[in-house]
Design a protein around this ligand. Structure first.
Ligand SMILES: [Zn+2]
Length: 341
């Protein structure tokens, strides 16, 4: 008989800033009024995946207590063992890769089979925007003719990249960023506080889980250096060729796709700061001051550049094995052009 407290620690629970969505959906579920497909949408690093796991565990729990999975029933034990037959996780085979149509077709078997057990079945799918058109159409068939007692939890950082027909079949659950106080308190409980926490949270655009990731010491040092170099590029103080040579093999603790992800995130912060005049990290502000143009009209080149970073990252992760130095050179040249007007 495992210790119940120990068991409980392995059942995911919602994060402090998710209480409202949790209570609302939990009440809908208990009343039998929960839609059969939810689209959890919001910026990366806010804990949507964890929320979806916690909600799946709740739905599969046979005797929830105080609105949470009990951690003790047969459903919870199966969950903890990672072998619940009524839970299906659908994600790319490689991080950053696509969700393939074959993966979505396999859903048919899970959704269509008759469960030996009473109760619901849950499909957890992320990131939803990683489905191409074929995969999305295959999913649509399942959403249009829902099997009884199947709950779809779709998770997306970029719901605008989904087919409108998918979006319209789901109830969207928005995940806003928590207030700064709540985020800093949570980071503090996780052992990250003071100046380090505030800076990481700024860089993460207010997303606490991303802030934690950014604060990893090794990654953080390499990242600061990378940002410094990219800033020098915009000042003409170094050359794309030299920097591509320096960064094609990043230091220990950080990978090239991670650096590109961060670069992309930085571009997103610039766009956000310019379009809604939010206060941002001081380095971001300094860069924005050098960016030609003003207002939202000047954001188009940044959007296009962000797409290029995304493609480069997917190329690296997807195993197409691009020439890293050339790839970086190309990105850095385009980056300097953004600032030359
Ligand atoms: Zn339970």
């Amino acid at each position: 008989m495992p210790d119940i407290n120990e068991a409980n620690t392995r059942i995911p629970s919602p994060l402090p800033w998710q209480a409202e969505a949790w209570q609302r959906l939990g009440a809908q579920w208990r009343a039998g009024r929960c839609p059969h497909a939810l689209l959890l949408s919001g910026a990366g690093g806010l804990g949507k995946r964890r929320f979806a796991e916690a909600f799946a565990a709740l739905v599969l729990c046979e005797q929830p207590r105080e609105g949470l999975a009990c951690g003790d029933c047969r459903g919870c034990r199966l969950w903890q063992a990672g072998s619940h037959p009524d839970f299906l996780r659908v994600e790319p085979e490689k991080p950053g890769g696509p969700l393939k149509v074959e993966q979505i077709r396999q859903l048919g078997g899970f959704v269509g089979r008759t469960s030996g057990r009473e109760g619901a079945r849950v499909v957890w799918l992320a990131p939803a925007e990683a489905m191409n058109v074929n995969a999305a159409n295959a999913l649509l068939k399942n959403l249009e003719e829902p099997a009884p007692a199947v709950l779809f939890l779709l998770i997306s950082d970029a719901p605008s990249g989904l087919l409108p027909t998918i979006r319209s079949r789901c109830q969207t659950v928005p995940f806003p960023a928590p207030s700064r106080d709540v985020a800093l308190r949570w980071l503090g409980e996780g052992g990250l506080d003071g100046q380090g926490a505030r800076r990481a949270l700024d860089l993460a655009g207010g997303a606490p889980l991303l802030a934690l990731e950014l604060a990893e010491p090794e990654a953080s040092e390499a990242r600061e250096q990378f940002l410094g170099d990219l800033t020098e590029l915009t000042q003409g103080a170094s050359s794309p060729v030299a920097l591509a040579g320096r960064w094609e093999n990043p230091p220990e603790g950080v990978s090239l796709p991670q650096l590109l992800k961060f670069w992309q995130h930085w571009v997103a912060l610039m766009m956000r700061a310019r379009s809604c005049d939010l206060t941002a990290d001081e380095q971001v502000v300094a860069l924005l001051q050098r960016l030609p143009g003003s207002g939202t009209g000047s954001l188009q080149p940044l959007f296009a550049f962000s797409d290029q970073l995304q493609q480069a990252r997917q190329g690296l992760i997807g195993g197409s094995n691009p020439n890293k130095r050339l790839l970086l050179e190309e990105l850095m040249i385009r980056w300097t052009r953004l600032f030359s007007g």
